[in-house]
Design a protein around this ligand. Structure first.
Ligand code: AQP
Length: 336
C-alpha cells in the first residue's frame, strides 16, 4: 500500500474514461505522473463521474474504467507507491462537489471554455453536470489537500477556478484547504488534432484519423501520421501559421527527447513524407512497451480489482478527514 507521509507534498490528477486514451492524454498528463512517485504522495484517479457529463454507453464505460487503470500501471505507476483508484468508489468526491457548488458563482462556471466547447459539441445534452464539472474537479483536488496538479494546458482554467474556490472557502471559514498549483509540462502540454491542428486532440473525437490512441497498433499509428494535415510549404520548421508541422515537431520531440531545434536540423532538406514517417515510428516505438504491459494487465481483472479496492479504501480515509472538517465548519451536525 502507498505510504502517505505528512512530510511530502501531495499530487492529484485524474483522467476521464470517456474514450480510448490518446497521445494527448499521455504526453500532456500521464507520462509525467511516474516522475513524482518517489518524492510525493500521489493520487491518480479514474474520474468516471466526470465522464457521465457526456452520455456514455454503460458497457464501454465499465471496460474503459478498467483499461484506464491498467494504462496508469502500464505507463509505470506502481500501485504500491501511488493511490490509483476510481472516483465513484470514494463517495466523498460527490459530497464535497455538492458543497463547493454552493461556493461557486454561476458567472464563473459560465466562463469556462470547456463548458462552451462541450455544449457546442453536445447541443442536445447540455446538462447541469456539464456546467458544474469544475466544482466536482475542485472537490477531487481539494479533498486530498493537494499541493500540485499535473495537467495539460486545457485544464489550466479549471485549476484557476479551483484555487479561487479554495481561497473563498478559506477566507470565510479559516484555513481549510491547501490552495493547489498546476504543473504543466514544458513539452506536450497541448497536442493538437492531426486532422484540424488548431484544435486539441480529444479522445472523444469521432474522426479516428484526428486522434492517435496509446493502444493503436504500429501500423495504425504510422498510417494516421502519414495522413496528418500539414501545409503547402515543404520545410520542417516550427513557425507561426504552421500548426500541423508545429504539432508534429512537438510530438516528435516529446517522444524522442530531442529539442525542436535538433529535430528541425535532422529533417533539413527532407520532405514532409520522411518527417511524418519518422514521427509515426518514434511514437509507435515509444508506446510499444506500454502496449505490451497493458495487454498483460488487462487480462488480469482480479489484480485490477484488488488494486481498485485497496487503493480506494486508502483514498477514502484521507478524503473523509477533509470532508468531516468541511462539514464541521459549515455547521452540519455530526453523529459519527
Ligand atoms: N490534446 C491534449 N494535449 C495535452 N494534454 C491533454 N489532455 C487531454 N487532451 C490533451 C490532458 O489529459 C488529462 C486527462 O484529460 P481528461 O480525461 O480529464 O479530459 P479532457 O481534458 O477533456 O481530455 P480529452 O481527451 O479531450 O477528453 P474528452 O474528449 O472526453 O473531453 C488532463 O490533464 C488533460 O489536460
Amino acid at each position: 500500500m502507498a505510504e502517505f507521509s505528512n512530510d511530502k507534498k501531495t499530487i492529484f490528477s485524474g483522467v476521464q474514461p470517456s474514450g480510448n486514451l490518446t497521445i494527448g492524454n499521455y504526453l500532456g498528463a500521464i507520462k509525467n505522473f511516474a516522475e513524482f512517485q518517489d518524492e510525493y504522495n500521489c493520487l491518480y484517479c479514474v474520474v468516471d463521474e466526470h465522464a457521465i457529463t457526456v452520455r456514455q454507453n454503460p458497457a464501454e464505460l465499465r471496460r474503459r474504467t478498467y483499461e484506464t487503470l491498467a494504462l496508469y500501471i502500464a505507463t509505470g505507476l506502481d500501485p504500491e507507491k501511488n493511490i490509483l483508484y476510481v472516483q465513484s468508489h470514494v463517495p466523498c468526491h460527490a459530497e464535497l462537489g455538492w458543497i463547493l457548488n454552493c461556493y461557486t458563482m454561476f458567472g464563473e462556471l459560465s466562463r469556462m471554455t470547456q463548458f462552451k466547447d462541450k455544449s457546442a459539441k453536445n447541443a442536445n445534452n447540455i446538462n447541469a453536470g456539464l456546467f458544474t464539472y469544475p466544482t466536482l474537479m475542485a472537490a477531487d483536488i481539494l479533498l486530498y489537500q493537494t499541493d500540485i496538479v499535473p495537467v495539460g494546458v486545457d485544464q489550466k482554467q479549471h485549476l484557476e477556478l479551483t484555487r479561487d474556490i479554495a481561497e473563498r472557502f478559506n477566507s470565510v471559514y479559516g484555513e481549510t484547504f491547501v490552495v493547489p498549483e498546476p504543473y504543466i509540462p514544458k513539452h506536450g502540454a497541448k497536442i493538437a488534432s492531426l486532422a484540424e491542428p488548431t484544435k486539441k486532440m480529444s479522445k472523444s473525437d469521432e474522426n479516428e484519423n484526428a486522434v492517435v490512441r496509446i493502444l493503436d497498433s504500429k501500423d495504425a499509428i504510422i498510417r494516421k501520421f502519414k495522413r496528418a494535415v500539414t501545409d503547402s510549404d515543404t520545410c520542417v520548421k516550427y513557425a507561426d501559421g504552421k500548426d500541423g508541422i508545429n504539432n508534429l515537431l512537438t510530438i516528435y520531440s516529446s517522444f524522442t527527447g530531442k529539442t525542436i531545434e535538433e529535430a528541425e536540423r535532422e529533417f533539413e532538406g527532407k520532405g514532409y513524407g520522411d518527417f511524418k514517417l519518422a514521427v509515426g515510428e518514434a511514437c509507435a516505438d515509444a508506446l510499444a512497451p506500454v502496449r505490451a504491459e497493458f495487454d498483460r494487465l488487462i487480462a488480469d481483472k482480479a489484480y485490477l480489482e484488488a488494486v481498485m479496492k485497496s487503493n480506494s479504501e486508502q483514498a477514502y480515509r484521507i478524503a473523509r478527514k477533509t470532508l468531516s472538517k468541511v462539514q464541521r465548519k459549515l455547521g452540519f451536525t455530526q453523529i459519527r
